[in-house]
Every structure is written in structure tokens, then in C-alpha cells.
Write a protein that binds this ligand. Structure first.
Ligand code: C5P
Length: 219
């Protein structure tokens, strides 16, 4: 069984997808974390992120691991745990440019498709149902109002001790979605056969149960 969860920034995909995968005992693949990891490494090593070629060269030198257990999901690059480092605003504000390069996407999609062959999987991202695994058994388009998505991001950053402005966060989310929707290669869009789940006003448990119900109807 393959479950694809796509949607705009801050819709809660990673949290929900991980919980769904745990409940079902499936592998969880956070494809956004893969693009974020490459972005973090490029910024860290001063690699030009306007060059798709340079980014692919960098990716080929990296050993990227997504380690998932029931408690957490860790992102490890060349043996270094960068789970927290890839969630900064700096990475968020550069990742769409990195992910817009066709060569970068080609290399990432190859890795993702390989992971999807390993058995039951929940994969989340922007192009999973439309491009990475178009034959997925269940496709969910997870969304929420812009206000709610911005509020969640804002609170997440505040809890981590960051002084941020709500309006700035909202603007950044809007810009990232815009870039992800307008890029030429595999842009963010709802697959024709995806079910939309609007999480505005819903708790995480409610969203997880809603997706589990959809999955159970398919089995
Ligand atoms: O899901 P998350 O917000 O962590 O994704 C970060 C970024 O990675 C997205 O804004 C998008 O630019 C890129 N991405 C993508 N395709 C995916 C997953 C993420 O282009 N399948």
C-alpha cells in the first residue's frame, strides 16, 4: 500500500503523515526533509543555490539518511544529525529555489521512488501523488487556511524561542507556496484523484483519524 500526502506549507503534513505511518506500521518518507537537507548543506558549504549542477554535485557527495522510529524522525547527513537545523527560517526561505531545479528534482525523485519500492509507505511532499508515485493507492491533499498555517508556524517558532512577527511568517509561507506552485517541474498541485482534507480547526488526532478512515475504506 502506498499513501501519498501532498499540500502547501504548514498544513501539518509531516506530523500527520508520521503518525499515520506509525499507526499502520508503514515506512514514513518526509521528502520535504530531503530538499531541506540539501538546502542546509548548500548554505553551510557556501554552494551557489542558483546552480542546479552544483547542487546535484553536492548531493552526490552526501550520505542522507531519514531515520524513523516510533518516537521521532531524524535527518542525518554524513553522520551529522541536522533534524533541527533544517527547520530554521533561513532554510525554509531558500528551499523552494533549491527544489525548483529540474536536475535536483530528478536526483531526489530517483531516491524517493527507490524508497517507495521497499513496501508499505507513507510519503509526504508536493508532487508525490502527481509525479513521484502516481500509482499510489491513497492520495490526500492536505490543506488549511493561510491564517491557520501561518499561526501554526508562528507558534512552533515561538515555542523554540524565536522572536518572530506573525505577518512576516504569513508572508514567507505565501511566497514559498507561490514558488512551489509556479515552478516548471512537478509543481505543487492537487492530483486529480486526490481527496482534499482541510485541517482548519481540526486537531492532529482528528486529521490522523480522518486519513486512517480513508485508508481503511481502501483496504
Ligand atoms: O514539506 P516541507 O515544507 O518541509 O518542504 C520544504 C520544501 O521542499 C517545499 O517548500 C518545496 O519547495 C520542497 N519540496 C518539493 N517537493 C517535495 C517536497 C518538498 O519541492 N516533494
Amino acid at each position: 500500500m502506498k499513501i501519498a500526502i501532498d499540500g502547501p506549507a504548514g498544513a501539518g503534513k509531516s506530523t500527520v503523515a508520521k503518525m499515520v505511518a506509525d499507526k499502520l506500521g508503514y515506512l514514513y518518507v518526509d521528502t520535504g526533509a530531503m530538499y531541506r537537507a540539501l538546502t542546509w548543506k548548500a548554505l553551510h558549504d557556501n554552494v551557489d543555490i542558483s546552480s542546479g549542477e552544483a547542487l546535484v554535485r553536492l548531493l552526490n557527495q552526501c550520505r542522507l539518511e531519514l531515520q524513523s522510529d516510533s518516537a521521532s524522525q531524524r535527518v542525518v547527513l554524513n553522520g551529522r544529525d541536522i533534524t533541527e537545523a533544517i527547520r530554521t527560517r533561513e532554510v525554509s526561505n531558500h528551499v523552494s529555489e533549491v527544489a525548483s531545479h529540474p536536475q535536483v528534482r530528478e536526483a531526489m525523485v530517483e531516491l524517493q521512488r527507490e524508497m517507495a519500492t521497499k513496501g508499505n509507505v507513507v510519503m509526504d511532499g508536493r508532487d508525490i501523488g502527481t509525479y513521484v508515485i502516481p500509482d499510489a493507492d491513497v492520495k490526500i491533499y492536505l490543506t488549511a487556511s493561510l491564517e491557520e498555517r501561518a499561526r501554526r508556524r508562528y507558534e512552533e517558532l515561538r515555542v523554540k524561542g524565536h522572536e518572530v512577527s506573525f505577518e512576516e511568517i504569513k508572508q514567507e509561507i505565501l511566497e514559498r507556496d507561490d514558488k512551489d506552485r509556479k515552478r516548471d517541474t512537478a509543481p505543487l498541485q492537487k492530483a486529480a484523484d486526490a481527496l482534499t482534507v482541510d485541517t482548519t480547526g481540526l486537531s492532529i488526532t482528528e486529521v490522523v483519524n480522518c486519513i486512517l478512515n480513508i485508508v481503511h475504506q481502501k483496504t
